[in-house]
Design a protein around this ligand. Sequence first.
Ligand code: FAD
Length: 472
Amino acid sequence: MTSKVVVIGAGLGGLAASALLARQGHEVTLLEGQDWVGGKSRRIELDGQRIDTGPSLVTFPHVWQKVLATYDALGSGGEGAAEIAGVTLERLPEVGRYYFRGQQANLPVELGHPWYEPWQRFEAEHGTLGPAITHLLTADPWDKGILPALGRLLSRYGTRLTTAAFLDGLDWMPQDLKDVIAIHTLNAGVAPEQTLALYASMAAVMATDGVWVPRGGVYEIAAGLEKLAIHAGVEIHTSEPVISVKPREVTTARATYRGDYVVSALDGGILESLMGRPARKPPARLSCSGIAIFGVLDRELPSEVVTHSVMMPRDPGALFGALGKRIMPDETMAFLNYYRAGEIYPNKKPVAALLLTAPPNGASAEITDPFVVAESERFSDLLGLEQPITEMMSQHKILDPEYFASFGAVGGALYGEPAPWWRSGPFHSPAYNSVRTPWLWRVGSSVHPGGGIPAVLGGVLISMRRMLARMS
Ligand SMILES: Cc1cc2nc3c(=O)[nH]c(=O)nc-3n(C[C@H](O)[C@H](O)[C@H](O)COP(=O)(O)OP(=O)(O)OC[C@H]3O[C@@H](n4cnc5c(N)ncnc54)[C@H](O)[C@@H]3O)c2cc1C
């Protein structure tokens, strides 16, 4: 039986959900408020050069492969999903180069470095967990089949179930290496005390399984999902913000769309207000926000600068404290993603993205703000550049907490309100669907918090599998 489905929000979550539903033969309309699809993943052009903003790296690439395989399994005939989407993932030579308290180290740590041996031991114990984590990201948490994967993880952590508690117990590991591993919890926007021990394993899994970028830029993931959706027959409407959601009925300024089901890929708070529910109290805790500066460089950087560099604050505890209080830290954790001309993007000039972790205060930022200038100088000194990187940008675009707040999360928190660690990942609240609103399903980072693209796409697979089973 064919059902009519209205999907709200064409971020990665909404695009993937629409594509799978339409591939099964349902009649899907996807409504997006902005004039682009991809949501936080967006493609811009500066000085004729391509730059993708928002996410920059793809981890757990098998989650993407599972999305493609599910699309293929839901329909038959014609080209395969991989050909339609046309995404080619390229592995970066390293996870990144980390700068911390006067030391620098690549991950994986290279032979001869003082951290080499503890890193080898850590990677041997944790680097092989990728398939188990991928399984947990994509399989239904109530499926008995997840037990072996869960068992593999729990056997690593024992009773030390948060990142902080787990790393504290590794008395053979130097404290500075622990801090470098722990900083990866900012991928979930929160401190090591607030995340599952699983996050401690991330750096090792990334070193073993790789960190990837699609050839052409990370926006190829959004563009590939859009192609899959269009190929399956999804009707996509951009520049059409939804203004109200009622049972089986979604209204925009242009029209009212009726469907047997509604799928929301929106931030949870936005959906509640569109449904006319009273505004919730602002959350007491929020994940971090960011100030991201994307620019075209007037020259290439020295050959020793790698694609992905990470600058740590001297005192990570002070950074997590400031983020929790929503005040500017003295020093932050920052990434520099650098692509030489012709590398990843089809560009004639080098481009860079400087991403500064910032508190979720909803504030606007300029490239001349003292915090931005100071951190750009600190990072550029560490990299041995002759000039601050922001001064080498002939053109730039800055995205700040105010911009990220426009996606709905209070203060521009990149991952919204953090769930308590024991409700991370698939054990989230709100659920994908509830008995009170059987017509409404949810996908996206607000129901699968704390993990970026793999969590969003894995969450779509779980939610849509359940929804399709219910529909049939
Ligand atoms: C700076 C930054 C860096 C990141 N880096 C990484 C990374 O390196 N790797 C990684 O894996 N992840 C990363 N992430 C996370 C990743 O980008 C997100 O997890 C993912 O893009 C979220 O997708 P989503 O579909 O859940 O939400 P969104 O992208 O927020 O999509 C929601 C959509 O709903 C639309 N919408 C909102 N209100 C309405 C309305 N009323 N009507 C219609 N449409 C509406 C929005 O316009 C948007 O398109 C990063 C995120 C940011 C911001």
